[in-house]
Design a protein around this ligand. Structure first.
Ligand code: NAD
Length: 317
């Protein structure tokens, strides 16, 4: 059976599939040629990340296609309902990247409170002539310890963020539409772990009381944070979005940064990917990363292995 890993797969995942008898193709087939490639090569399993679009046309293109696998969490590039209706297995790797995304949130938060995103831009340009002035303007950072982190969406990633925040001495609150109560265990390197219990905080209260807000919800039809929600946030609060572009209204966000209502914000995901709006790219109070939440070596290895095991489970047992 042929597996096409169109957006790549780790060598470990490839090896696991090959040991199980699959032939793994790792060529990157352009979207327009994908349907033909699947048909001509009698592909049984199509594995993708976020780049390849798996729509009705792709799903119907090849009678041999039995499985569509998404390395990662969000399935918004796959017509899951239609694939299932047509009898295809659809799998993803929901837990493999939670810690990597959570650590990126903390990279943005820790950098943001010390304005590293701004000083990294300015130091090479002005550091030799205006060092003292730069030092003064960046000498007003703050600590995370003792501050309130509001987590919107208390699923796998939201909980991984909560663990890091508790370890950093932050007060953690969350809002989740379907999870009235939640618990996390903070584990230490020596094997000890401490359980924490939470109950959901009303959305408006979270907006009003959080020093930092981070979003971990799936793709939505309309923004979760727009101008009205930003108005209700604390003056000088900060916002991090590593979930999906469009969950934060980018125009409202830029306005809030320009007006000084928000101190900084961080985006790993954009309404317009792979070309974020130029106003986003040029806004000095934004800490930016190019959708790399899940892109650590460790997460990629787990994703490759989980996908391979999923293919084997669905197609060989
Ligand atoms: P999850 O399904 O475990 O958790 C999502 C939670 O959000 C659920 O508990 C759900 O009840 C809650 N929710 C949904 N809509 C809500 C709303 N409007 N308000 C409050 N809560 C709401 O998902 P997860 O594994 O934690 O992943 C979350 C999202 O992170 C994914 O859907 C994906 O879009 C994104 N993600 C991004 C990257 C990246 O590279 N930046 C990597 C992985 C996942």
């Amino acid at each position: 059976m042929i597996v096409l890993a169109n957006d790549g797969i780790t060598s470990g995942g490839k090896e696991t599939l090959e040991k199980a008898g699959f032939e793994v193709h790792t060529v990157r087939v352009a979207q327009e040629q994908l349907a033909n490639y699947l048909l001509e090569n009698k592909v049984t399993a199509l594995l993708v990340r976020s780049a390849t679009q798996v729509d009705k046309h792709i799903i119907d293109s090849c009678p041999d296609l039995q499985l569509i696998g998404r390395g990662g969490v969000g399935m918004d590039n796959i017509d899951v309902a239609y694939a299932k209706e047509r009898g295809r297995h659809v799998i993803n790797t929901p837990a493999a990247s939670s810690d990597s995304v959570a650590e990126l949130v903390f990279a943005h938060l820790s950098g943001g409170v010390r304005s590293l995103h701004e000083s990294n831009r300015l130091m090479p340009l002005e550091g030799d002539i205006h060092f003292k002035a730069l030092k003064n303007s960046f000498a007003k950072g703050s600590e995370l310890r003792g501050k309130t982190l509001g987590i919107i969406g208390f699923g796998r990633i939201g909980k991984a963020v909560a663990r890091l925040a508790l370890g950093a001495g932050m007060k953690v609150i969350y809002n989740d539409q379907t999870t009235p109560r939640g618990s996390v265990e903070v584990s230490f390197f020596d094997g000890r772990s401490v359980p924490f219990e939470f109950t959901t905080t009303p959305f408006e209260e979270l907006l009003r009381t959080s020093d930092f807000i981070t979003l971990h919800v799936p793709a939505q039809k309309k923004p979760v944070i727009g101008a009205e929600e930003i108005k209700k946030m604390k003056a000088g609060a900060a916002l991090v979005n590593t979930s999906r572009g469009g969950i934060v209204d980018e125009v409202a966000l830029i306005d809030a940064l320009e007006e000084g209502k928000l101190r900084f914000a961080a985006l790993d995901v954009f309404t317009s990917e792979p070309k974020p709006e130029v106003q986003i790219l040029m806004q000095p109070k934004l800490s930016l990363s190019p959708h790399i939440g899940a892109s650590t070596v460790e997460a990629q290895e787990r994703i490759g292995e989980e996908l391979a095991q999923g293919v084997i489970r669905c197609l060989q047992t």
